[in-house]
Design a binder for this molecule. Sequence first.
Ligand code: ADP
Ligand code: ASP
Ligand code: MG
Length: 403
Amino acid sequence: MVKKVLKFGGTSVGTIERIEHVANIVKNEKSAGNDVIVVVSAMAGKTNELIQLSNKISNTFNKREFDVLISSGEQVTCALLAGALLKLKVKSKSWLNWQIPIITEGEHSNARIINMYTDQIDNFLKEKGVAIIPGFQGVSKNGDITTIGRGGSDATAVAIAKIFNTDTCEIYTDVDGVYSTDPNKIPVAKKIEKISYDEMLELSSLGAKVMQPSAVQTAMMYDIPLEVRSTFSNRKGTKILNQENIDYTKSVTGVAYSKDDAKITIIGVKDKPGVAANIFEPLSKAQINVDMVIQNISSDQKTTDITFTVKRIDVSKTKQILKNESKVDYKGIVENVNVAKISIVGAGMVSTPGVTYRMFRALADEKINILAISTSEIKLSVIIDERNTLDAIKKLHTVFDLD
Ligand code: ADP
Ligand code: ASP
Ligand code: MG
């Protein structure tokens, strides 16, 4: 007998038929003698629908009420799954976050789980019941409902695996594992058998939405092995674990992309000490995350252009701050929101020379212009024109032997 967390994502619980299918998976686990805690997301599309409803009231909808609203999709799936299990004669019960409670810290819509009370659920497991818990939701110390960021049910599942000390944490989704790139975009993508926490963290932070980054981070911190697998097939999934358990034959493990970024260029700033600090200080105070930065060499030694990337949703705020609060003089600001960030990730990059050159050559062969670059030990990201996204991913996938 083992103790398991099974997490089912939005598509997996997207219809009544699918919820009944999930109930059968859970029933089989129970029949095999396992203790089971289930975490569910809202039905696919539901959370987006709820966000749109709030936008119809106001674009500055109250933050507390926003979390009450957008966490409600998970309440529906919890109850439906518990009901489906009871119909199959499996003892089962759902809890909402505040009934357990799952305590969070931090701002609304982006809170972190810091603790969870275990008594009720432990007792129910002892009575051989299946506990159903909503992902994504929490409650703050002063009793307000919170949510823990989009895709946050993954983080709920990992937190439960840690706090209940379970033997496995299985992430059931609509693909049968983590692939070398999004299999729904690039059909030749290959399933990865094992991937390290570090690589998965880079891939998910850089756009591979199959796992939520903060869930991977927690799993890495506490060394909780994860398995990503399909709700709709019995095929083996992908294990996410410690690097020591992996042999690297390839320099690159995966290619990720995101269209969340925008490029901003400040033209004609004075080329003197302190300018960059004066530009980025007010942005940092406003919690705007600057990713890549390039400073052009000035031809006249007097002025220069500074280019950087921020999240697309932060573009107008960034421009406003540069106009109103910056102590820096400049001639103009140019923005480009039609860009994509393409990244290659691989722990094998550390020991393979020439990966950078091969990436740049591959993109040049496709006549794709690189607008900005950033690197770390196990990843290389470039900003390119959004139109070239698919071509770039396909080419890099081939060049690094991932097809
Ligand atoms: P869930 O609702 O189950 O949490 P998500 O939609 O959050 O599922 O994540 C699964 C999706 O992630 C897949 O349908 C796939 O399109 C996308 N995806 C992006 N990159 C990858 C990748 N490298 N491997 C697998 N899936 C990926
Ligand atoms: N339902 C939430 C979302 O759509 C949480 C999740 O799916 O993990 O972001
Ligand atoms: Mg998800």
